[in-house]
Write a protein that binds this ligand. Structure first.
Ligand SMILES: Nc1ncnc2c1ncn2[C@@H]1O[C@H](COP(=O)(O)OP(=O)(O)O)[C@@H](O)[C@H]1O
Ligand SMILES: O=C(CO)[C@H](O)[C@H](O)COP(=O)(O)O
Length: 518
């Protein structure tokens, strides 16, 4: 985080709530990550396609990781705190207590996760309205967005949840409320997942048309009628109670949040690439596509003017980089798909035992196993007879069809470790082809892209990165700081502290690159 008039020796804390774990980082004013901690979080799947979490669990995990990263440092040098999180729906009652989002009435499980597909009938009806707001989500609303989930709650849990609800938060906004007591929402979450327009605000006619006129009647108090740009300072900063929970000083600045993919995008899209001979050096930042690859992959492209891309979310104004429009392509399951395919294979126990014996992750083991069996040919040729269609959880972009399913063609009777390694390779390749399809859709609509900037857990997998370079034909840049999503969250804290003028100031300076695959 170079530049700015910050105090010498200032620290910022970033908290990233992913699907599977909560991570925190302590970052200095140069954007260098000084300490990192992570903590897994619980998920429940009470029935197929219902995915739930607990806001109390998540907040407790935030406390575990923030306390770890500030151990042994002078906490008075911490100037700001920023959160990012998955775009899951948190439900609280009028006294801010958790409400159940399930038929069992378990109020501990008060989050409908982003990848939950329970609201299929609701999203079909919403899409049938052809309302104008749908133009800003690629023409088709995703079942993973908040409006269909809210409608599901109204239609299915009227007494136990809907009638008692006082607050519906996107998870990033829940975290900033919990830290400060301020219920203002981030422009990022409301624009990207709730149909809010940065220019026109809420559209009453949409909510009335889909049967959620309740929100209009109370002036959107339950879903947010105060909206702030990401990085804006909230209220009086960290409350004494939250400070105790997190082990941080009361009163430090807390920022309006970002969705996790957007924090990752912010963390990488401004990387300093000088001296690497990349096509994007000297080209506008709009030639870069940030791809945040974790449980899902999110493809973030920005533009000066709005670009409407069929099947790709957006265009969203100022939702990631202030002053720029954002198009967000995505694949709902990528890391989750690879884990699913590998763990479900008959040879997985053998793989696990062999990887453990070598003190390697199963993916490092599989990558070296592929090198072993490929012989003289490039690794990609191992899959000439085996192909995967990766839409096991529907297609988010650019086909925007939640009914699509996965496929594998070319299966044989053998199920040994070679077969597992080749199936894993075919899955990674299929995901990379999915990215290529998204890039083609973005370019057909007017984006001009030259370089991919990858971050997230999957960017630690060299095979995943190389296949993206080979299959898209674009150079792939990795940031020197592998935890770029957390750096994005810390940037928010730095902005909220007032040490830096704007989020834009950071991203247009920031970080150097470490790896390139071409
Ligand atoms: N070193 C690694 N090698 C290969 N895959 C990895 C590695 N680290 C994480 N992953 C994969 O990345 C995915 C999780 O990424 P992460 O960014 O932690 O997800 P989330 O933010 O959704 O919780 C998982 O599928 C995991 O298997
Ligand atoms: O919809 C998204 C961003 O708009 C993400 O897919 C969702 O937030 C989950 O992220 P992750 O895969 O990093 O856990």
């Amino acid at each position: 985080m170079p530049g700015g008039g910050q105090e010498p020796g200032s620290y910022y804390v970033g908290v990233d709530v992913g699907t599977g774990s909560v991570r925190a980082a302590l970052v200095d004013q140069r954007g260098v990550l000084l300490a990192f901690a992570d903590q897994p979080i619980n998920q429940w799947e009470p029935q197929f396609n219902h995915h739930e979490q607990s806001s109390e669990d998540i907040w407790a995990a935030c406390g575990v990781v923030t306390k770890k990263v500030v151990q042994g440092i002078d906490v008075n040098r911490i100037r700001g705190l920023g959160f990012d999180a998955t775009c899951s729906l948190v439900v609280l009652d009028k006294q801010f207590r958790p409400l159940p989002v399930n038929h069992e009435g378990d109020s501990h499980r008060n989050i409908i996760m982003w990848l939950d597909h329970r609201a299929v009938s609701q999203v079909h009806r919403i899409n049938e309205t052809k309302h104008g707001v749908l133009q800003y989500v690629g023409g088709v609303m995703s079942v993973e967005m908040q409006a269909p989930k809210l409608l599901w709650l109204k239609e299915n849990l009227r007494e136990t949840c809907w009638d008692k609800a006082g607050h519906f938060f996107d998870l990033p906004d829940f975290l900033s409320w919990k830290a400060t007591g301020v219920t203002a929402r981030s422009l990022c979450s409301l624009v990207c997942k709730w149909t809010y327009s940065a220019e026109k605000g809420w559209d009453d006619s949409f909510w009335k048309l889909i049967g959620l006129e309740d929100f209009v009647a109370d002036n959107y108090s339950k879903i947010g009628n105060q909206v702030l740009p990401p990085g804006a300072s909230l209220g009086n900063g960290l409350t004494p109670e939250a400070a105790r929970d997190l082990g941080l000083p009361a009163g430090i600045a807390v920022a309006a949040s970002l969705i996790d993919a957007h924090a990752g995008g912010l963390g990488v899209i401004g990387a300093d690439v000088r001296g690497h001979g990349l096509a994007c050096e000297g080209q506008p930042v709009t030639s870069r596509l940030a791809v945040i690859c974790g449980t899902s992959s999110c493809h973030m492209g920005i533009s000066k003017d709005p670009i409407f891309v069929p099947g790709v979310w957006g265009p969203y104004f100022s939702a990631m980089v202030p002053g720029f429009w954002l198009n967000e392509g995505g694949q709902s399951v990528t890391g989750k798909l690879i884990d699913h395919v590998v763990r479900g294979h008959a040879a997985f126990p053998e793989l696990q035992a062999k990887a453990t014996a070598r003190c390697q992750s199963v993916y490092a083991y599989l990558n070296s196993h592929l090198d072993l069996i490929k012989k003289a040919r490039p690794v990609g040729f191992l899959t000439v007879d085996l192909h995967v269609w990766p839409d096991f959880h529907g297609n988010r972009s650019p086909l925007a069809d939640l009914t699509l399913k996965g496929m594998v063609t070319g299966l044989k009777l053998s199920q040994d470790l070679d077969d597992l390694a080749i199936l894993y390779l075919a899955t990674v390749q299929a995901i990379a082809f999915g990215t290529r399809l998204i890039i083609e859709a973005l370019e057909a609509a007017g984006h001009s892209l030259s370089t991919l900037f990858l971050c997230g857990g999957l960017s630690k997998n060299p095979l995943f990165v190389q296949m993206h370079a080979d299959i898209t034909g674009m150079p792939v840049v990795l940031s020197q700081e592998v935890e770029s999503v957390l750096v994005g969250a810390a940037i928010l804290g730095a902005c909220a502290s007032g040490d830096f003028a704007s989020v834009q100031e950071h991203i247009m300076s920031s970080f150097s690159v470490s790896g390139m695959h071409a």
